[in-house]
Design a protein around this ligand. Structure first.
Ligand code: NAD
Ligand code: TYD
Length: 343
C-alpha cells in the first residue's frame, strides 16, 4: 500500500507519519507538505532515511504538482491533514484558509478521482459543529449535530467536509471523514494553547488566558487520534463521518494551572487578556459511533498525556526554541500586544 499523507510536517500529520511507518512497516508513506510556517522538517528528521518514506514539498492547492505526485506515486490511499489550522490566524486573515482548506481539498479529491484512489480520508474537526453551552453538560456533539460554524477556520473546514460528502454522493468517490476534538502531544506548534503555555512558562513569560479562562475543550492525546484514523482507513464505511474524542472536557484555566504545577512555576504568571472574537464556549464529542462500529476508544488518560507532553517539551527545547526565534516572534508580538491585559 502507498499512502499520501498531506500536511505530514505539521503536528498531527507528523505524528501520523511516525505512527504509520511503525505500525505498517511494509507500506509506503509519501508526505506532501507546503512547509508553511506550521510545517517543520525537524518533525520528520528521524524518518527521512526510512526507505518507505518520501517527502515532497508542494501545495495541495497547486493542481499541477498534486497530479504529478499522484501520477508518480500511484497511491492507494490519501489522508488529508494539510490545512491552515489556527483560529486566531483565521480571524486575522481568512483568505488563505479558504484557498488551502477548501480549494486544496477539492484539488486532492479531483486527483483521487482521476487516479482511482481507493480511499480519500478528510481529517476534520469538532469545530464544524459550533459550540455547546457551558451549563448543559448533557449535550455532546454527535455526527448528526448540525454544522454551525463560528470562525473562518471552522467555516472553511465545514465547507471541505460538505464538498467531500458531495464528491461521495455525486462521483462515488470513496470518502471518509473524521471529526476530532482538540489534540495535544509532541510536535504541537506553540501558537496553540497547551504548547504556548508550556513554552511561555519555561521562559517565565506571562501566560495569556483569553477572557475568564472558562471555555471548555475536549482534549485527546495525538496518538489516540492517529490510531482512530488508521482504524477508519482499515474498517470505516465510505460516505461516513466518525467523531473522535475521549470524554476529557477541561476548562482552559484548569489546563494552564496544571501545566504550571507540572513545571513548578507560580500561578502569578497567569494573565487574563482580551477574549477571542466569536470564542466558542465548549466542545464535547460523543464518540459512541466509532466505539460501537470500529471498537476504538482513547487509551491515554489526560493526567498521563499531559505529563508526557510537558516532558517532551523539556526534552526537545531545540525543536521549539528554533520556532520561537523565527517568524513566530513577530506573530506573537502582533497577536498578543493587541490584547489588553484584563487583570
Ligand atoms: P498544523 O498547522 O500543525 O499543520 C498543518 C500542516 O499542513 C503543516 O505542516 C503545513 O505546512 C501544511 N500545509 C498548510 N498548507 C498546506 C498546503 N496548501 N499544502 C500542503 N501542506 C500544507 O495542523 P494540525 O494541528 O496538525 O492539524 C492537522 C489537521 O487536523 C488539520 O486539517 C486540522 O483542521 C485538523 N484538526 C486539528 C486538531 C487540533 O487540535 N490540532 C483537531 C481536529 C482536527
Ligand atoms: P487553541 O489551542 O487555539 O485551539 P481551538 O481554539 O482551536 O480550540 O485554543 C484552545 C483554547 O484556549 C481556546 O478556548 C482559546 C484558548 N487560548 C487562550 O486562552 N490563550 C491563548 O493564548 C490561546 C492560543 C488559546
Amino acid at each position: 500500500m502507498t499512502y499520501i499523507v498531506t500536511g505530514g510536517a505539521g503536528f498531527i500529520g507528523g505524528n501520523f507519519v511516525h505512527y504509520m511507518l511503525k505500525k505498517h512497516p511494509d507500506d509506503r508513506v509519501v508526505c506532501l507538505d507546503a512547509l508553511t510556517y506550521a510545517g517543520n522538517m525537524e518533525t520528520l528528521a528521524d524518518v527521512m532515511d526510512n526507505p518507505n518514506f518520501r517527502f515532497v514539498k508542494g501545495s495541495i492547492s497547486d493542481r499541477e504538482t498534486v497530479y504529478a505526485i499522484f501520477a508518480n506515486e500511484q497511491p492507494d490511499v490519501v489522508v488529508n491533514f494539510a490545512a491552515e489550522s489556527h483560529v486566531d490566524r483565521s480571524i486575522d486573515n481568512a483568505g488563505i484558509f479558504l484557498t488551502t482548506n477548501i480549494i486544496g481539498t477539492q484539488i486532492l479529491m479531483d486527483a483521487c478521482r482521476k487516479f482511482n484512489i481507493k480511499r480519500f480520508h478528510q481529517v476534520s474537526t469538532d469545530e464544524v459543529y459550533g459550540d455547546l453551552p457551558l451549563d448543559r453538560p448533557d449535550l455532546l456533539f454527535t455526527e448528526k449535530t448540525p454544522i454551525h460554524t463560528s470562525s473562518p477556520y471552522s467555516a472553511s473546514k465545514a465547507a471541505a467536509d460538505l464538498l467531500a460528502l458531495a464528491y461521495f454522493r455525486t462521483y462515488k468517490l470513496p470518502v471518509t471523514i473524521s471529526r476530532c476534538s482538540n489534540n495535544y502531544g509532541p510536535y504541537h506548534f506553540p501558537e496553540k494553547l497547551i504548547p504556548l503555555m508550556i513554552v511561555n512558562a519555561l521562559s517565565d513569560k506571562p501566560l495569556p488566558v483569553y477572557g475568564k479562562g472558562e471555555n471548555v475543550r475536549d482534549w485527546l492525546y495525538v496518538l489516540d487520534h492517529c490510531k482512530a484514523i488508521d482504524l477508519i482507513l482499515q474498517k470505516g464505511r465510505v460516505g461516513e463521518v466518525y467523531n473522535i474524542g475521549g470524554h476529557n472536557e477541561t476548562r482552559n484555566i484548569d489546563i494552564v494551572r496544571l501545566i504550571l504545577k507540572e513545571l513548578g512555576k507560580p500561578e502569578s504568571l497567569i494573565t487574563y487578556v482580551t477574549d477571542r472574537a466569536g470564542h466558542d464556549l465548549r466542545y464535547a464529542i460523543d464518540p459512541s459511533k466509532i466505539r460501537g462500529e470500529l471498537g476504538w476508544q482513547s487509551e491515554i488518560r489526560f493526567v498521563d498525556g499531559i505529563k508526557l507532553t510537558v516532558q517532551w517539551y523539556l526534552d526537545n527545547r531545540d525543536w521549539w526554541s528554533r520556532i520561537l526565534s523565527g517568524e513566530y516572534s513577530s506573530y506573537y508580538k502582533k497577536m498578543y500586544e493587541e490584547r489588553t491585559r484584563l487583570i
